[in-house]
Design a protein around this ligand. Structure first.
Ligand code: SF4
Length: 411
């Protein structure tokens, strides 16, 4: 099943309405958009009370980031980050294409809460850019907002890469500190916030009675191999993954890749997992950007993991030596294992690397590769053994290496 779906309770306002439709400024004003913000600190306190977490992947509390920029010496900047690097995620491009005003309203509100004088919308998608430029021409926001176009790569949406690109440099991560809230665009304290996060702030402001449910809901991209398609859905936090698999025609899946590639693979027991940051973390995974890719009995988890790590190795920005050698070694060893050609100590090496490499790169790409491998070893030891014996029930030893299975079209 392809398309756009809401699983929010009847009458609740979300980000996918009107489903599949666009919005113009009159329609957005009619639902309470762009209302004057008279008490920025009160809105910030409300955001903190709801526990809204960033939707870019890390799940950092939104109010903490807002306050860090507000409390830094001005001038300040807000960047709406619409560059979703995970190939299996489409939510940010969909939002920018179909709900540009709710994103721009979020930028305006974030600027008011932080005292920022400049705003940017950072994106790589043609149709998103057209929609945002048209919305800017219609709405004349109180704060100056410019569009910055970037390349679509795995690392271009990492917050320091965003700052570097907006400053005119390459969209590549830099070492931290300083973090953007300390020194960002033009050296100014900068809030880099995901476009879904900002859109949720805008809806929370226009629908204060629904603030808790708006803050708790998630946009998720659902995909899997085979005939069933991909779907974009808005769901309450805690929705079981089985419900989401059923929604998009992948109810017979045997495993799932979590968080784009960032959350790793999960096998037996995946149907009971809840969709929220803490629940997935507790289970050893990660929600990341909210993209889920379902695996069926005919999908080999070793082949899928090899494809994911090969994709990540190819996407490495090649700035950190440990990432170049680490992702390369993970991908090469796993690909050899998928082809039944790995050495006798390959599993020990993969286990050791998956434990030693996380946290050693300047961005999360190396962590994602290590998590894919670690989770494969934890959940599918029998399949790795099957590949050693060259009798994997699901594959003939061929592991695709271009990441194509994870690429999802925007509905
Ligand atoms: S960890 Fe890898 S992808 Fe990230 S900045 Fe370093 S080299 Fe680039």
């Amino acid at each position: 099943m392809t398309g756009v779906y809401s699983l929010l309770p009847e009458g609740r306002h979300g980000l996918l309405a009107p489903p599949g439709g666009g919005e113009d400024v009159d329609g957005y004003l009619a639902v309470g958009g762009y209302a004057p913000l008279v008490a920025p600190d009160r809105l910030l306190d409300r955001i903190a009370a709801t526990g809204l977490r960033g939707r870019g992947g890390a799940g950092f509390p939104a109010a903490v980031k807002l306050r860090a920029v507000r409390d830094a010496p001005g001038p300040r900047v807000v960047v709406a980050n619409g560059e979703e690097g995970e190939p299996g995620s489409v939510k940010d491009r969909w939002l920018l294409r179909h709900r540009p005003h709710v994103v721009l309203d979020g930028v305006r509100l974030a600027a008011a809460m932080t005292g920022a004088e400049r705003g940017f919308v950072y994106l790589s998608d043609d149709r998103a850019e057209q929609a945002v430029r048209q919305a800017l021409a219609e709405s004349a926001p109180e704060v100056r907002i410019d569009v910055v176009r970037t390349q679509h790569t795995y690392v271009a949406g990492e917050e320091t890469a965003v700052v570097r690109a907006v400053n005119g440099g390459p969209a590549l991560p830099t070492a931290k500190p300083p973090r953007p809230f300390e020194s960002g665009v033009g050296g100014a304290p900068t809030l880099v916030a995901n476009v879904e996060t900002l859109a949720r702030v805008a809806v929370m402001y226009s629908r204060p009675d629904e603030a808790d449910s708006v803050a708790g809901a998630h946009l998720v991209t659902l995909s899997g191999a085979g005939a069933a398609g991909a779907a974009l859905a808005e769901v309450p936090a805690g929705t079981h993954l089985k419900v989401l698999a059923d929604l998009c025609g992948h109810g017979t899946a045997t495993a799932v890749v979590l968080g784009g590639m960032f959350g790793g693979l999960y096998g037996e027991g995946w149907t009971d997992l809840p969709l929220d940051h803490d629940g997935l973390k507790e289970a050893g995974g990660a929600l990341g950007c909210g993209a889920l890719h379902f695996l069926h009995p005919e999908d080999c988890p070793v082949g899928v993991a090899a494809e994911a790590t090969a994709y990540l190795a190819a996407q490495s920005a090649r700035q950190c030596g440990v990432c170049v050698s680490g992702t390369g070694a993970l991908a090469a060893t796993l690909t050899a294992a998928a082809h039944g050609e790995a050495g006798h100590d390959s599993v020990d090496k993969l286990r050791r690397w998956s434990q030693q490499l996380p946290g050693r790169g300047a961005c999360g790409l190396l962590d994602a590769a290590a998590r894919i491998v670690g989770s494969l070893l934890a959940h599918f030891p029998d399949r790795i053994d099957a590949h050693r014996r060259s009798d994997c029930p699901a594959c003939a030893g061929a592991a695709p290496e271009d990441g194509r299975r994870f690429t999802v079209p925007v509905p």
